[in-house]
Design a protein around this ligand. Structure first.
Ligand SMILES: Cc1ncc(COP(=O)(O)O)c(C=O)c1O
Length: 494
């Protein structure tokens, strides 16, 4: 016979949790928030590295043991339990020894906003669910569009991330081409071989098929090769295909390479195709005092992806799709009598979005800009780009480390390869070094493949991290590499 469920605690289950009378008091909102923030603060105070190295097996076991049909009925107990299933072994992007994926530490003004976003729970689909929120989002879109250099006809929408922004940009490209009479099965999207995989995914989701994406070669700096793009476009049209879109990347995931935007824009204009610039990573340069020029030509794009949750130090999710001609957003407009009927004056953001109910993510950027201002964000971006250049100079001079290409933003693709170690052995070491660092919990790096070979990658997005911090990561890479080689030769000798 099963044990009876503990009785629910009525106060916590009350539907009027956000009644003003419940803001304070022992079981009110403030008390709950203090509990939660206090729990987080204690956890953070005990953090000693970017991860604890928990294995997938143990992580899965801890979660599987929880019986969701048996509530604890006590917020403190629930917090302690979630520490065991997640928080104690979370990955900490603010730790200077975290240098793996494109995750940023988040700025505190954005976290202030996040509290309001969740508690008020405004939905940005219609004016009547958000009121001023609609205009806050629109103002930020106009502001970002102006930073891009778009004219007054520009528009856009906040999205859940770069993947969705890229999808929507390509949906608009597809629909414009189809509206112009093109046969959907003949549409092609050209992007560099280092373009983000969300472009391929978008082509699939849009019903264009995997073959619709034509990859273009890169130059010696891993940027889209303009000559190859020109030949690719010509080949498409010669074959009776329709180059509907070119996707240029402003900050590739591995190398931070920024495609030559002006030249790419000129070719896209010649062939009458939509130019989408994926600036998910490089978008932070829009507020950089020293590197804004690297995005020259972005203003000629038809659509642009900007991920505030990467180089603008915002919590996930915060991204936007910006379009040069706001009228193009009509391709995603659908009217429903119960939500956004035709002929109503209200500005309804759902008319421009792939989503319906949508978080007020824009508020995080808003509060960040109002507290810190764009220049501070731009300085953070410049700081991490400077740091990457400094670290790369050091790695170039390190006998045991090899760098794949000079960094253009804040990533460094490198690997451990001491004298005498052949390419295959260096390849084999990459995943071993990476997982050894994770398991020790002392540093986190990413891995990728370049021309079929394995490499490690540092993604530097923490403006607080110093040269010494990053050097310490690379020293660990060398130390682990040496240990692995020593262990292998001992085994071979036995
Ligand atoms: C160049 C580029 N585009 C798009 C994306 C996708 O962004 P998200 O993860 O926000 O969907 C990424 C993610 O790293 C990226 O590096």
């Amino acid at each position: 016979m099963s044990t009876p469920l503990p009785p629910p605690i009525p106060d916590l289950l009350a539907p009027d949790l956000f009644h003003p009378a419940r803001l304070d008091g022992p079981r009110g909102y403030l008390a709950a928030m203090r509990l939660s923030v206090g729990h987080l603060a204690r956890t953070l105070a005990a953090v000693t590295g970017p991860a604890t190295g928990r294995s997938p097996d143990l992580a899965a076991k801890a979660v599987a043991e929880i019986d969701l049909d048996r509530p604890l009925g006590d917020p403190q107990a629930a917090l302690e339990e979630l520490s065991r299933v997640w928080l104690d072994d979370a990955v900490w992007f603010h730790e200077p020894s975290y240098a793996a994926h494109l995750n940023c530490p988040v700025v505190i003004p954005a976290l202030m906003a996040e509290v309001l976003v969740s508690a008020v729970n405004a939905s940005l689909d219609t004016f009547d669910q958000s009121v001023g929120g609609t205009y806050v989002e629109r103002h930020l879109i106009d502001w970002t569009a102006a930073r891009i250099g778009f004219g007054p006809g520009a528009d856009g929408i906040f999205t859940s991330g770069g993947t969705q922004s890229n999808l929507q940009g390509l949906l608009l490209a597809r629909d414009r081409a189809v509206a112009g009479g093109a046969d959907p099965s003949r549409l092609r999207i050209l992007t560099s071989r280092d373009g983000h995989f969300s472009v391929q995914k978008a082509a699939r989701l849009l019903g264009l098929g995997d073959a619709a994406v034509v990859t273009v070669a890169t130059d010696g700096h891993r940027r889209m090769d303009v000559g190859a793009l020109s030949r690719g476009l010509a080949r498409c049209t010669d074959a009776g295909l329709v180059p509907a879109a070119v996707v240029a990347t402003a900050g590739t995931t591995d190398f931070g390479a920024i495609d030559p935007l002006r030249e790419v824009a000129a070719l896209a204009e010649t062939y009458g195709c939509w130019l989408h610039v994926d600036a998910a990573y490089g978008g932070g340069l829009l507020v950089s005092a020293r590197r804004r020029h690297l995005l020259a030509g972005i203003e000629r794009a038809d659509s642009v992806t900007v991920d505030y949750h990467k180089t603008w130090f915002q919590p996930v999710s915060a991204s936007a799709l910006l379009v040069r001609d706001g009228r193009e957003l009509r391709h995603v407009t659908w009217h429903a009598d119960y939500l956004n009927p035709r002929g109503v004056d209200h500005p309804n953001q759902v008319d421009k979005s792939l989503q319906t109910t949508r978080r007020f993510d824009a508020l995080k950027l808003w509060v960040t800009l109002r507290v810190m201002g764009p220049d501070t964000i731009g300085e953070y971006v410049d700081t991490v780009v400077d740091l990457a250049a400094e670290v790369c100079r050091h790695l170039d001079a390190s006998p045991d480390l090899e760098v794949a290409a000079a960094p253009q933003l804040s990533t460094i693709v490198f690997r451990y390869r001491p004298d005498g170690l052949d390419e295959d052995a260096a390849d084999r070491l990459v995943p071993l070094i990476r997982s050894a660092l994770y398991e020790r919990g002392t540093a986190m790096v990413a891995a990728t493949k370049v021309d079929g070979r394995r490499w490690l990658k540092l993604t530097l997005l923490n403006p607080i991290a110093t040269f010494t911090d990053i050097l310490a990561i690379t020293r660990q890479v060398v130390a682990v590499g040496e240990e692995l080689i020593a262990a292998t030769s001992i085994e071979a000798a036995v």
